[in-house]
Structures are given as structure tokens and as C-alpha cells.
Design a protein around this ligand. Structure first.
Ligand SMILES: Cc1cc2nc3c(=O)[nH]c(=O)nc-3n(C[C@H](O)[C@H](O)[C@H](O)COP(=O)(O)OP(=O)(O)OC[C@H]3O[C@@H](n4cnc5c(N)ncnc54)[C@H](O)[C@@H]3O)c2cc1C
Length: 485
């Protein structure tokens, strides 16, 4: 493996465990494109088995859709992914393996709801124990029953093989709601629910994708829950630590193997290997490449030879979320019996949650209220100037929690327009995407392999999916002979 401006073929110097199939060529070198959780998991898995790995990352940091911000000395918050639960088994193993721990998400006290679409957050506020909104319980029960039926129907390993897949993939979730939901409360709540779960506008995703996502993520109840669900815990100190520690392991093993600020432009393969070219003109040579990018970004790479089947289409959308973190001297809402949780019909903050870091050992603390701006609202909010964004979020938070003082910090992360993410939490598959792209999402293109949370049918879109995709690609490379194209 070589650095900028040169090309050379690498050889592995160590082989701790040889998992190659007898009689097949053993892969000795790999370039991994993207230092998110998927790319780094793959890189670490390959390096641990003696493959010489170089990771090329476009940003000046590792972590991708995980990103930590230090809001007070030693107090970190998650500007990207944050939550996990007991079903995220590979993530829990990794947390332990990296010497990290989890901290519970605080959800004690009453919730706030501003669900009157006529008045929005400035109108009448409802305060309720628990998280069930003050809407017609029968209508919401029916909504969840219908979603559960769809979710049970989907083929979780190959959604395009779901019975009736063609019809479900042709219909948007907005069309489905129009046809299926009669009660105004169900119609009001459905887009808020999809925004929170998937950062999706119902008009942008197919019914098949919605059903698949809910199934893949552990089911409706699990995905939607804090206690016992997918939001139960956070990584203590911030989820960004996962990638930082993985990258540190890789560079301890081989200094210089994680290269930041190196956006990749093209991947050219021949009979012996791949040459990965960066925007800055550097070239890296190895036997195989792992592309660990979200599909919209992977699709914009120049691949030679060209890939026969696309992995993203015209209807593939960006997950729409702007995450807002408001920092206060303390989580003052707790003193008023409030959890910090709110759900709001009007934006920008369609929901809020208490994301305060654990108190420091010296007793110092900060309060962090995280606001989610999702779906169509994310586009509106992202188009505002920084001052308008701050004012709108601070004002809405104060109307929901009038006891709040002026914030001491304000951070907003616009994932929709992040050039090296193009949306979050994950790509949104629009009508026709699963039917057309599904079978091609993971199929290797000669020496080019695909990782990333969107290539995992288990926990698609989540940290857990990213890790599982990294493990899959390691097995794929070490079990397969490098084939010519
Ligand atoms: C606001 C937000 C909230 C979320 N909440 C949760 C949550 O609570 N729980 C959960 O489990 N998941 C959550 N997610 C989703 C989770 O973050 C992702 O599923 C996961 O991080 C994806 O990892 P990845 O490695 O597949 O992709 P990424 O993290 O996107 O990694 C791709 C990497 O490739 C790099 N890259 C892009 N283009 C190039 C190029 N041309 N050359 C080189 N490098 C390139 C990028 O910079 C990035 O580092 C959330 C995401 C966001 C943003």
C-alpha cells in the first residue's frame, strides 16, 4: 500500500488467523473507503486477520454519522447517532470490547404535547404522565395495528420478495395514510411518528420501505420505546468514541493506516487488484476495496469497469433530520417533574428529549435538551439563516418548558446538507427502490465490496446495522477468491 501520488501492491506482513477457504487465494491488502462505523468495523476485522488495510476518509474526522460535541469541559453530546437498546447485540459487544460503557437515557417525569395543529407549540400545552399522546387512543391503536400488520408481512431478508411487494413498493407512505387512516388524530400523528422513527417525510418513502425499516429495526414497539427499547441507553461520553477507538486501534497496529481529509473519487479494478484515486490525485493500490458509504454517495463514485446495476435511484432520498442541541446550566425541567420529552405538531422541534450527559465526578452538570427537526420540516428549517434557526429553536423550547433560562450553548447539525452524509438517519428508499436496487445492494462488483448500514437487512439505518455490515463484508472477502471482472 502506498501514499499519495504513487501506486504499489501491498503485501501483508502478519497473518494472525487465516480464515480463507482452503484452495482459494488469500486477500492480503484492502482499501476501505469511509471511516464511519461500518468502514472501521470492516477495517478492524480485516486487520485483525492479517490483511494490510488503509482507510480513506473524506472528512477531517472519523465517525461519519456519529459526531460528538464537547458542550462543557468533559461533557459531550451526540450531534449524530445516540441511542441503543438490548437488541443491538453487536454494538453492545463492541462497546465492551473498546472499554466503553452505556448510560441510561433519562425519561422520568411527565411529557409535554403541543398537538393541536391549529395552535402548534404556541397554543395550549398538554402535560401527561408517560409518552402516550393526548389523542384519540382508539385511532392511534388502529394506526399501530395496521403498521404492525404491514411489518409482519415483510420479508426481512429480502424485502423485494415480500408477498405483494410490487404493490407495496409502488405506493408511498403518504398514499397509504390517505387510503387507510380516517381519523384526524391518526393522520396528525403518523407523519410525526415516521419523522421520529425514520427522519422521513411519508411522501418520500415506499410502504415497503417503511414496513421493512420497522421490521429490520426490531419491530414497532422496540423501535419506539425508551425503556426496554431502542432508545434505552446511550454510549457514555458519546457515540463518536466508538469510531475514535476503532481508528486508534488501526493506527496502533499500523501507523498512518487511517487517512483523513482524503475524499475518494474513483475505483479502477484490473485482474490483480484495485486502484483507488482520491480527489487530490493520490492513488492507493490493494487487492480489494470496501466501499462503506451511504448509497447516494457510493453511487457517485466513478467505478471502472462500470457497475451493471445501480445501488441508488432517482427516488432514493436523503433522510431528513436536523439535530438541535440546546445547552442549559442544568436539566431544570426535571425539578418541575418533566422528562424533557415533547411531541409537537408544529416545528421546528417536532420532538424534544433530555440528552443531558451524566453528572461529572466533581458534581458539575449541564442540561441538554435535544430537538429533532425531521421530514419536510427539516428542509424548511435548514433553509433558514443561523440566527433565525437559533431564535426559532430557543423560542419553541421556552414555550414548551417556560422554566428554561437562556441557553448557554446552541448547536445544530444539518445532516440533510452534509456533503459526506447526504442525509440521515439513513437513505430513504422511495417507490420502486427495493424492487430495483435491493438485490444489488450487497452483491460485490468484482473486487469491490459494499458495507454501510444501508447494506444490512438487520437494523438497517442504525449503528447496529453498520457494524453487522462490517462483519458481513469481512467474511465475504476472506471467504471469497478475488475475482476478475
Ligand atoms: C442525527 C442522527 C441520529 C441518529 N440516531 C441514531 C440512533 O439513535 N441510533 C442508531 O443506532 N443510529 C442512529 N443514527 C444512524 C447511524 O448514525 C448510522 O446508521 C451509522 O452511523 C452509519 O454508519 P456507516 O458507517 O454505515 O455510514 P457513515 O457513518 O455515513 O460513514 C460513511 C463515511 O464515509 C465518509 N465518506 C463519504 N464520502 C466519501 C468519499 N467520497 N471518500 C471517502 N470517504 C467518504 C463519510 O465522511 C463517513 O465518515 C443516527 C444518525 C444521525 C445523523
Amino acid at each position: 500500500m502506498t501514499g499519495p501520488g504513487t501506486t504499489d501492491t501491498a503485501t501483508a506482513d502478519t497473518a494472525t488467523t487465516d480464515t480463507a477457504t482452503p484452495g482459494r487465494a488469500r486477500v492480503a491488502s484492502a482499501v476501505v473507503i469511509g471511516a464511519g462505523l461500518a468502514g472501521l468495523t470492516a477495517a478492524e476485522g480485516l486487520a485483525a486477520r492479517g490483511v494490510e488495510v488503509t482507510v480513506l476518509e473524506a472528512r477531517p474526522r472519523v465517525g461519519g454519522r456519529t459526531h460528538g460535541i464537547e458542550v462543557a469541559p468533559g461533557a459531550w453530546i451526540d450531534a449524530g447517532a445516540a441511542y441503543l437498546g438490548a437488541k443491538h447485540t453487536e454494538l453492545l459487544v463492541l462497546i465492551k470490547d473498546l472499554g466503553l460503557s452505556t448510560t441510561p437515557t433519562t425519561m422520568l417525569g411527565a411529557s409535554r404535547f403541543a398537538l393541536d395543529p391549529a395552535t402548534g407549540a404556541d397554543g395550549e400545552l398538554a402535560t401527561r404522565d408517560g409518552r402516550f399522546p393526548p389523542l384519540n387512543a382508539v385511532a392511534l391503536g388502529e394506526l399501530f395495528d395496521r403498521l404492525a400488520e404491514l411489518t409482519a408481512q415483510v420479508d426481512p431478508e429480502a424485502p423485494w420478495l415480500t408477498p405483494d411487494a410490487e404493490r407495496l413498493d409502488a405506493l408511498t407512505a403518504a398514499d397509504w395514510a390517505e387510503q387507510q387512516l380516517d381519523h384526524p388524530d391518526a393522520r396528525l400523528f403518523f407523519p410525526l411518528f415516521l419523522g421520529e422513527m425514520m427522519a422521513a417525510d411519508p411522501a418520500d418513502i415506499s410502504v415497503l420501505h417503511m414496513a421493512f425499516y420497522l421490521r429490520s429495526g426490531g419491530g414497532l414497539r422496540y423501535l419506539n420505546a425508551f425503556e426496554g427499547g431502542a432508545q434505552e441507553d446511550r454510549v457514555a461520553g458519546g457515540a463518536h468514541l466508538l469510531c475514535e477507538r476503532l481508528a486508534a486501534r488501526l493506527t496502533d497496529r499500523r501507523p498512518g493506516s487511517v487517512r483523513l481529509g482524503e475524499p475518494v473519487r474513483s475505483v479502477v479494478q484490473d485482474g490483480e487488484g484495485v486502484t483507488v484515486h482520491t480527489e487530490a490525485g493520490a492513488a492507493y493500490r490493494a487487492e480489494v476495496a470496501v466501499v462503506a458509504l451511504p448509497p447516494l454517495l457510493a453511487e457517485s463514485l466513478d467505478l471502472r469497469p462500470v457497475r451493471p446495476a445501480p445501488r441508488a435511484g432517482e427516488r432514493t432520498g436523503r433522510g431528513c433530520a436536523v439535530k438541535v442541541n440546546l445547552v442549559y446550566p442544568s436539566p431544570v425541567w426535571r425539578e418541575h417533574g418533566l422528562s424533557g420529552w415533547s411531541v409537537n405538531a408544529r416545528g421546528p422541534l417536532l420532538s424534544t428529549v433530555d440528552d443531558s450527559p451524566a453528572d461529572a465526578p466533581d458534581g458539575s452538570r449541564v442540561g441538554v435538551l435535544t430537538g429533532f427537526v425531521t421530514g419536510a420540516e427539516a428542509h424548511r428549517y435548514a433553509a433558514l439563516g443561523p440566527e433565525e434557526q437559533r431564535a426559532a429553536a430557543v423560542e419553541q423550547a421556552a414555550s414548551l418548558f417556560p422554566m428554561l433560562p437562556e441557553p448557554i450553548g446552541f448547536h445544530r447539525t444539518d445532516w440533510v446538507n452534509e456533503p459526506y452524509s447526504k442525509g440521515c438517519y439513513a437513505a430513504l428508499f422511495g417507490p420502486g427502490d427495493w424492487s430495483r436496487l435491493g438485490p444489488a445492494l450487497t452483491a460485490p462488483h468484482g473486487r469491490v465490496h459494499w458495507a454501510g448500514t444501508e447494506t444490512s437487512t438487520e437494523f438497517f439505518g442504525l449503528l447496529e446495522g453498520a457494524i453487522r455490515s462490517g462483519h458481513r463484508v469481512v467474511a465475504e472477502i476472506l471467504d471469497a477468491e478475488a475475482t476478475e471482472v
